[in-house]
Design a protein around this ligand. Structure first.
Ligand SMILES: C=CC1=C(C)c2cc3[nH]c(cc4nc(cc5[nH]c(cc1n2)c(C)c5CCC(=O)O)C(CCC(=O)O)=C4C)c(C)c3C=C
Ligand SMILES: [Fe+2]
Ligand SMILES: [Fe+2]
Length: 360
């Protein structure tokens, strides 16, 4: 087995705990040239595209990678900022803020970092970096509130693939979802309530989640149910009745049926019904990204207004909001049980080593 190079084992070092946040990843630039390798890595993942590999290889390499990079690059260019990709910029800031909040809560010894499932910084690269900093206990937190095999599942796969290459296996705790976490729901509700205090309430609140192929539901993926649960809990927190809100699914890819109702159909139908105002939130995304800023804030608005709708307001994701960061800190803290302070094994070992040294 070809192991990765690791620091030499030391008797006298305490275990260090690391928090590894994982997000999806994003191209290095909003250009077709940068999109191609990013899409190739993403769409070659068997957790994402579940059709026979040989057939998919021809479709991906023969059609998709010749057409999609240019089209997607134009969309990315519409949301790219001076800080680069919004997804990357938000994830970087969230990591910093989380580290500082955990420090304020007495966990200043934690190593906190982030990696991307596709593109840079890679999961393997960041795990190696954290190992070099002495981390041998990992809390892994994919930044997806709802579990899907195609998001959280594949992020964890990549962590485990990396661990397979380590001789000295670290301890690992993984967070598979937080779709019903009270802090997360309260953070979402607080942000929406604050918006309504200033701008009044809409006729309908649309909660748009990233879609997945419909067949994954029948095959046991909990994603659909977790999105519905988040929607219900958020509506309860806001005191909404069934008629006040609707849950939909966006970002359909390919021709297969995906989870319904499709967000685009909701926008069109609410527009046709001359809805006075809709507010749109994307609770499944912890950060604004291409899917929220382009597909929902720009395209969705156009569909609604063109169909005859009145006012369309897109409300940002949690991003750097203090309540969102506090929810992440709560989730991490819940995983730290027994992992903080000195490792008794190591303390005993180093005391023995010191005693031995003194007696020589
Ligand atoms: C929120 C969780 C996500 C799930 C579940 C998910 C499933 C999924 N996605 C695709 C295809 C694409 N998604 C793309 C972008 C994208 N997807 C998510 C999140 C989930 N995807 C995010 C956060 C982003 C934005 C990344 C960014 O850089 O801002 C893209 C790339 C863009 C494009 O060309 O449209 C593709 C492709 C599938 C097929 C899938 C489930 C099967
Ligand atoms: Fe996606
Ligand atoms: Fe999209």
């Amino acid at each position: 087995m070809p192991y990765l190079a690791e620091p030499e084992f030391r008797h006298d070092e305490n275990a260090r705990t690391g928090v590894l946040l994982i997000n999806l990843g994003t191209p290095d630039a909003p250009t077709a040239k940068a999109l191609r390798p990013y899409l190739k890595e993403f769409l070659s993942d068997a957790r994402v595209i579940e059709i026979p590999r040989a057939l998919w290889w021809f479709v991906l390499n023969g059609i998709i990678l010749n057409v999609r990079p240019k089209k997607s690059a134009e969309k990315y260019a519409a949301v790219w900022s001076a800080e680069g990709s919004p997804l990357l910029a938000h994830t970087q800031k969230q990591t910093k803020l989380l580290k500082s909040l955990l420090g304020e809560r007495g966990h200043g010894d934690l190593v906190v970092d982030f990696a991307m499932r596709y593109g840079n910084p890679s999961i393997e690269g960041v795990i190696r970096k954290m190992r070099a900093q002495g981390v041998d206990r990992f809390v892994v937190l994919p930044l997806y509130p709802q579990y899907a095999a195609s998001s959280s599942g594949t992020a964890l796969d990549q962590v485990f693939r990396t661990l397979m290459k380590l001789r000295n296996m670290p301890e690992v705790r993984t967070v598979r979802h937080f779709h019903d976490h009270p802090g997360y729901i309260a953070a979402l509700a607080g942000q929406i309530r604050a918006h309504w205090q200033t701008h009044g309430r809409p006729e309908k609140l649309v909660m748009s989640f990233h879609g997945v192929p419909r067949f994954t539901l029948a095959k046991g993926d909990p994603y659909h149910c977790e999105c519905q649960a988040t929607g219900r809990l958020l509506a309860e927190a806001l005191g909404l009745s069934k008629d006040d809100y609707i849950v939909g699914f966006q970002s359909r890819f390919g021709r297969a049926e995906w989870l319904k109702p499709y967000a685009v159909d909701i926008f069109r139908e609410l527009g046709r019904a001359k809805t006075r105002r809709i507010d749109v939130v994307c609770p499944g995304f912890m950060s604004d990204c291409l899917e929220t800023l382009e597909e929902i804030a720009i395209e969705g608005k156009e569909i609604f207004l063109t169909a005859g709708g009145g006012e369309y307001r897109y409300l940002p994701c949690l991003n750097e909001s203090p309540a969102g960061i506090a929810a992440l800190a709560d989730i991490v803290e819940a995983q730290l049980g027994g992992w903080t302070g000195d490792n008794p094994d190591v303390s005993a070992r180093s005391a023995r080593a010191r005693a031995l040294g003194a007696s020589r």
